[in-house]
Ligand binder design. Structure first.
Ligand code: BT5
Length: 316
């Protein structure tokens, strides 16, 4: 009720009546929410008012900003989890349908690719995993990450007004800093060669500004400080889900690859292709129809890379 009436007072007696509880029960629950950090003002004779700026994530705080198919997503919002991807995979295995979304305020074991970790401190980031059951061939699974990257980039750009770029394959950059990482994990259906389920995990630094030393130089946030007048994490979460719901329906029509390419800052750059412990010099020339990075080696031979690492080669 408070979320629906954000910024307006809701009379305690009316809440009590609607919920068939006593006014004392309402008062106690409001107190508990305030203890959890909710900015609720008690105004004498008027009731309780949830402040516009209150930015604690909940299914109710995100719902007003959802539209279209995203409105039917099942949102499960938690405070602290190990990793939303790990839990979402367990949910997918247990049969959770496409459109199940797990969101957390903090992760204690946020994961990146290849066993790396993703720094996920409390309250200043958005950590979310979406379960999909796409009709997609294993060879096309890269399209999930690239489509999600476009969805994330345009959501961040809409909210911040800043240019957002993509570093193949899963890193989102703003002002030269990595502000978001995407981790897609999928399970193969051995019988038909398709995907049983896929979990798209998205971690965004919203207002984090105290990164650990090892990532200080590369990591950044989409806002330098929290915009005070709106529930920015809830709006961002909804914007992501709105974009993801439409882009995930169009995975195989490849149209978003043009936008992916436009936002890719590796194209045209001198790069190192990292394979195991070896680094090879190349130029990134294109993203192909399967979202692979096409690079050209000094002998003019070309290769399409479907996973792995590249880094930009600094010209002396
Ligand atoms: C990623 O991996 O960037 C994918 C991150 C996905 C995180 C989401 S959060 C929700 C869901 N649940 C999870 O457990 N994971 C997903 P990768 O490309 O491997 O990059 C990891 C590297 O990025 C690290 O080795 C650091 O160098 C750097 N890094 C770690 N934390 C970062 C942060 N918060 N911001 C920017 N860079 C970071």
């Amino acid at each position: 009720m408070l979320e629906v009436n954000r910024g307006r007072s809701v009379n305690g007696s009316i809440m009590a009546e609607k919920l068939s509880v006593t006014r004392t029960a309402i008062w106690k629950n409001i107190k508990q929410l305030q203890d959890e950090g909710y900015q609720i003002n008690a105004v004498r004779n008027l009731g309780y008012c949830l402040e516009d700026s209150n930015d604690i994530l909940s299914a109710e705080s995100i719902a007003p900003y959802l539209w279209g198919k995203a409105k039917s997503f099942q949102l499960d919002v938690r405070k602290t989890v190990t990793s939303t991807n790990t839990l979402a995979k367990e949910m997918a295995i247990a049969g959770a349908p496409e459109g199940t979304v797990l969101i957390a305020t903090e992760q204690t074991k946020g994961r990146g690719r290849m066993g790396r970790s993703f720094y996920s401190p409390a309250s200043t980031g958005l950590y979310m995993s979406l379960i999909l059951r796409p009709k997609l061939d294993l060879n096309d699974s890269l399209l999930i990450t690239t489509s999600a990257a476009v969805a994330v980039a345009s959501a961040i750009e809409k909210l911040t007004g800043n240019l957002v770029q993509i570093k193949w394959v899963n890193d989102i950059f703003m002002n030269g800093k990595k502000v978001c990482g995407i981790l897609t994990e999928a399970s193969l259906n051995v019988e038909n060669g398709g995907l049983e389920y896929a979990v798209v995990g998205i971690g965004i630094n919203v207002t984090t500004n105290d990164f650990p030393d090892d990532i200080k130089a590369i990591a950044g946030s989409i806002f330098s400080k929290k915009p005070t007048d709106q529930p920015i994490k809830s709006i961002l979460a909804a914007e992501l889900l709105n974009n993801l719901s439409s882009s995930m329906d169009k995975l195989t029509d490849h149209s978003y690859l043009e936008e992916y390419k436009r936002r890719s800052f590796l194209i045209g750059k001198d790069i190192y292709v990292l394979k195991g412990k070896n680094a090879y010099e190349a130029i990134a020339v294109d993203i192909d129809h399967r979202a692979r990075l096409v690079e050209e080696y000094p002998d003019k031979s070309r290769e399409a890379l479907s996973s792995g690492e590249v880094s930009v080669r600094q010209t002396p």
